[in-house]
Design a protein around this ligand. Structure first.
Ligand code: DX5
Ligand code: ZN
Length: 227
């Protein structure tokens, strides 16, 4: 993975057909997805349960772009090896998931993956000050995590603060939750470059009719680049 700050669209397979991940991934990649965002939920850190490392391993061969794994789990550290073995390119853990985020990020890099830290809407930008040289990505949650299809919470001030803190470091700012063509420009204008979108990408299409995925991705990208 080479680093750049161009706008990247990362469809979340949380909004895809769970019985058909391989074909869904192939369809969104063919329709312009830059990364594939994989939401892992444990029914403890967040209310919902999705899937774990075994499913990640099964879908890995279908991903030609970047496998971006968002862990909404607590504890985190004991599970990291499994997600690295599954072939994750990026593993993102939540700041709020435990007392030792510094150790978690070190562990992710030691496993050979890019390391991300996610911040819930109630968590300020300042918590990453001591972490800036040990992360490759900061995920700004624009919903409280746990479900797709929630309403966007404007965190553009936090994004601008993070962008200033990051300075010229090769650290992505990712936005997750409620991203669509209307909300995307607010956060790219503030300095975000990776946009996760579930509902707004998968709406209206399917593996037998993937063109709407492409139109949805293009609409978000065009709006984001104008932002
Ligand atoms: C929320 C997840 C998101 C979610 C985004 O807990 O981390 O990745 O799937 O879904 P939309 O785009 O529908 O808000
Ligand atoms: Zn996510």
């Amino acid at each position: 993975m080479t680093f750049d700050r161009t706008v990247k669209i990362a469809p979340s397979i949380l909004a895809a057909d769970f019985a058909n991940f391989g074909a869904e991934i192939a369809a969104v990649e063919a329709q312009g997805a830059d990364w594939i965002h994989v939401d892992v939920m444990d029914g403890h850190f967040v209310p919902a349960l999705t899937f774990g490392a075994q499913t990640c391993k099964a879908i890995r061969p279908h991903i030609k772009t970047v496998m971006d794994v968002h862990l909404m789990i607590s504890p985190v550290d004991t599970y990291l090896q499994g997600f690295a073995d599954a072939g994750a390119d990026i593993i993102t853990a939540h700041y709020e998931a435990g007392p030792h985020i510094h150790r978690t990020l070190q562990n992710i890099r030691d496993l050979g993956c890019k390391a991300g830290v996610a911040l819930n809407p109630g968590t300020p930008a300042s918590v990453v000050e001591e972490l800036l040289d040990m992360v490759d990505l900061i995920c700004v949650m624009t919903v409280n995590p746990g479900f797709g299809g929630q309403k966007f919470i404007d965190m553009s001030e936090k994004v601008a603060d993070l962008r200033a803190m990051i300075s010229d470091r090769p650290v992505h700012i990712q936005i997750d939750g409620g991203v669509d063509a209307a909300t995307a420009p607010l956060v790219t204008a503030a300095g975000a470059d990776v946009l996760v979108a579930g509902s707004a990408v998968f709406k209206g299409g399917g593996v037998s009719d993937p063109a709407p995925y492409g139109a949805n991705i293009k609409a978000i990208r065009d709006a984001a680049e104008a932002g």
